[in-house]
Write a protein that binds this ligand. Structure first.
Ligand code: BGC
Length: 762
């Protein structure tokens, strides 16, 4: 499968659905298509009529989405009183809310909708949103983990399944996918995105949007996607959450914006602003981003929602004097909706009356919200996704659980496998499973499984027991808690290992260490777990380490020295089964690292597609070169790295034309040979480097991925096609075009391997 070209543009894919046709609602489908295709929209008479009849208060309300009073997520940095159920019902009756988020009670949502369409003056339906990041009840691997599949189609399928399940809880809109390109593993939100690479991130972003939104945005089982956080959030200085960002626009466009552009081209009709500023201008009031680039250049026709209370935060940024000033600045810049805050609702009417805000501006934003509601089919069918019976057929459907297991298996990365220790034999050897996560499910899902069901997840112990059956010679010992020693824990673990042939340690970060507000200065295994690992390793028994983590880690001591290491992120509902599938060889590992593993925390930000310096470190470590004094610049495990249970050899990288002229298309190929005794799923990667450019280019950039199945002894050629746009980069004048000159290319199993070839673009 070759996915080096984005498969669909928004306009190509939005066909008039059969259901819409049969329902005779072709006009609505046209609106949805035009919104997605970014064609100029004809005025919608229904919406224009509504706008004429709406009061300023009602318009301002359409620009306000509130946290549901039944939400369990307690994020309220302002410490304000949260509205009650009764407050919400009264607001809806008075037409004072556009919608609610993170309320998973369908009966309550349905009642609110009934009040909106039966009792409010203008009968405008509500929209219900939630952070459905990697599933709802059936939980898939964290997005970073799933990105390790290097398989956008898998990401589309899990997003589709998540939409089917979440929409059965009365939801219309997910605040996902998070598509921030993140290169500093200290930042806790690395877990939400697709890792450090923009090219891969763009393919996965588009795939997730297509999955959430499905073929028909008005269908009961579709969710409006909300690519976030627009933009540059992954560039927070020092990896510190909510910190400032200072990246030039060339870099913003080359690295951080492509996943957004891809998501909008795939049809996403909403986006969320980022908390950070860029070069002193907060994203929530950033006209350059929200209006000039997003709407002007990209012709985006959807709505822009702020992040949680980020309009008010313009004051703390030092960008607005007070709430009214913040409202004017955010709305003027292009932020249509305030999230989790009544700041728009309270200030807009007075600001218009005082002529500090043009009513036309308010109308424009309200029009966008109403059009999106229309595109979702809410006017014609306000109770869409609010049928309580659907849950019976949809929640944890067997095919969803099977998909969760498939996704989990494909997300695991085999980093190291000395002496082919893995896969483990099912019989003949006794195994000691050690570590705080062995019997645990509380930490299985990951930080953004808001309404997940950890108690129904499969632990490693359960997965192993199911795989080996009763009476298998294995033991299960915690040894310590995730962040604390337990009395006698290490001793019990050591005894268990001494009685066994092989030790399997399941270690790493608990959920709370990654996600929002979870930046850290040190990306290491918690000390009590490291102590446990040292004691277990001291027994001298062969050691397998399974890592749990929401980011790349800096591994040390016994963990780093283990014979085999599996990187397993937070795998979701089917964790234990998926791990057992790999441990016992029912599935051969195929995941690849979407983030580079550094030698030490202090190297962050650490990513493969960095620029060369004037003093690059060569193979031999030398003084007066760009490096830290203590560690090599080589990653401990490189971006793209991941072993299979076989050995695949890469032949020479071949170019079809060393000086391509005709259409300037060049084909790059290489032979892959499976030299091992097992079948392998190999993930071949194409990297490119432009040698000389007016804005210097990264040492390598990913430009293509192919998944290849190889039987033992089998050889196959892989071939990639590079066209001019694939070689383009952003120039000083912000134009995106390819240069003449020399390009190095590699077909490789990771970002630091492969054999180089070169071609010259005349
Ligand atoms: C996060 C967003 C999220 C929102 C609503 C914010 O704190 O930054 O990603 O969508 O809360 O839950």
């Amino acid at each position: 499968m070759d996915f080096d070209i984005l498969p669909f543009s928004g306009s190509a894919r939005r066909k008039l659905s059969r259901r819409a046709f049969l329902a005779g609602s072709a006009a609505l489908a046209t609106v949805a298509r035009a919104l997605a295709a970014a064609r100029p929209l004809a005025p919608d008479p229904h919406i224009e009529d509504l706008l004429r009849r709406m009061t300023l208060e009602e318009k301002a309300a359409q620009l306000s989405i509130f946290r549901s009073p039944i939400s369990s997520a307690a994020i309220n940095p302002q410490g304000r009183r949260e509205p009650t159920r009764e407050d919400a019902m009264e607001d809806v009756r008075r037409g004072l809310a556009a919608g609610y988020f993170n309320g998973f009670d369908i009966a309550f949502n349905r009642e609110l909708q009934r009040i909106a369409v039966e009792e409010s003056r203008l009968r405008i339906p509500l929209i219900f949103a939630a952070d459905v990041i990697h599933g709802l009840k059936t939980t898939y691997p964290i997005p970073l983990g799933e990105a390790a599949s290097f398989d956008p189609e898998l990401c589309r399928r899990t997003a589709r399944a998540a939409a089917e399940e979440a929409s059965a809880f009365g939801l219309h809109w997910t605040f996902a996918p998070a598509i921030d390109v993140a290169r500093d593993e200290r930042w806790g939100r690395v877990l939400e995105g697709a890792g450090e690479d923009s090219w891969l991130g763009a393919r996965i972003a588009a795939a997730r949007v297509r999955g959430f939104q499905g073929d028909d945005l008005r269908a009961d089982d579709s969710l409006l996607a909300c690519p976030k956080h627009f933009a540059g959030y992954g560039g927070v200085e020092g990896g510190m959450e909510y910190n400032t960002v200072d990246i030039p626009e060339t870099e913003l466009r080359q690295v951080h914006l492509p996943p957004f552009k891809a998501a909008f081209d795939a049809g996403a009709l909403s986006t969320m602003t980022a908390f950070n500023d860029i070069a002193g201008v907060p994203c929530t009031a950033n006209r350059r981003l929200l209006t000039e680039i997003l709407r002007g250049e990209w012709r985006f026709r959807g709505l822009v929602v702020s992040d949680f209370q980020s309009v008010r935060e313009l004051i703390d940024h030092g960008y607005a004097a007070d709430e009214a000033d913040a409202v004017v600045k955010a709305l003027d810049a292009g932020c249509d909706v305030a999230l989790g805050d009544d700041i728009y609702r309270r200030h807009i009417p007075a600001l218009v009356r005082k002529r500090r805000l043009a009513e036309a501006k308010v109308n424009e934003s309200a029009r966008r919200v109403l059009r999106v509601k229309k595109a979702l089919g809410l006017f014609e069918n306000p109770y869409r996704s609010l049928d309580p019976d659907r849950r019976k057929y949809v929640v944890r459907r067997p095919d969803m659980v099977a998909l969760a297991r498939e996704a989990a298996r494909k997300s695991i990365v085999l980093l190291k496998n000395k002496n082919d220790l893995l896969p483990l034999p099912r019989t003949g050897k006794s195994l000691a499973f050690i570590g705080p996560y062995v019997p645990d499910t509380a930490q299985a899902l990951g930080a953004w499984a808001l309404d997940g069901e950890p108690e129904r997840a499969v632990s490693l112990e359960q997965g192993v027991r199911a795989a080996l059956g009763p009476g298998a010679p294995c033991s299960f010992t915690r040894g310590c808690a995730p962040e604390d020693a337990i009395p006698g824990g290490v001793e019990a673990a050591v005894r268990a290992v001494q009685d066994a042939d092989v030790a399997v340690l399941y270690l790493g970060e608990p959920e709370r260490m990654s996600g929002e507000s979870a930046s850290t200065t040190s990306i290491v295994i918690p000390p009590c777990q490291q102590d446990l690992a040292e004691a277990v390793a001291a027994t001298g028994k062969p050691l397998v380490v399974i890592l749990k983590h929401g980011r790349a880690l800096a591994l040390s001591g016994a963990v780093r020295a283990a014979d085999a290491i599996l990187c397993s992120w937070f795998l979701g509902s089917e964790s234990g089964n998926a791990l057992a599938d790999l441990l016992f060889g029912d599935f051969s590992p195929q995941g690849r690292l979407p983030v580079s593993f550094p030698q030490a925390s202090g190297q962050e930000p650490f990513y493969y597609d960095h620029r060369s310096t004037g003093r690059p470190q060569s193979d031999a470590i030398a003084a007066f070169k760009a490096r830290y004094t203590e560690v090599s610049n080589e990653p401990l495990f490189a971006f793209g790295h991941g072993l299979t249970y076989s050995t695949v050899e890469y032949g020479e990288t071949l170019v079809s034309a060393p000086r391509p002229t005709r259409n300037r298309v060049v084909k790059i190929s290489a032979q892959l040979l499976n030299k091992g005794r097992r079948a392998a799923h190999e993930t071949a990667q194409l990297y490119v480097h432009e040698r000389v450019a007016a804005i210097t280019q990264p040492v390598r950039q990913l430009k293509g991925v192919q998944h290849v199945e190889l039987a033992p002894g089998e050889a196959k050629m892989v071939e990639f096609t590079l066209r001019l746009p694939d070689l383009a980069h952003v120039h000083g004048n912000l134009a995106d075009r390819a240069d003449h000159g020399a390009y190095d290319v590699w077909i490789a199993p990771s970002a630091i391997s492969g054999r180089k070839a070169t071609f010259f673009l005349a």
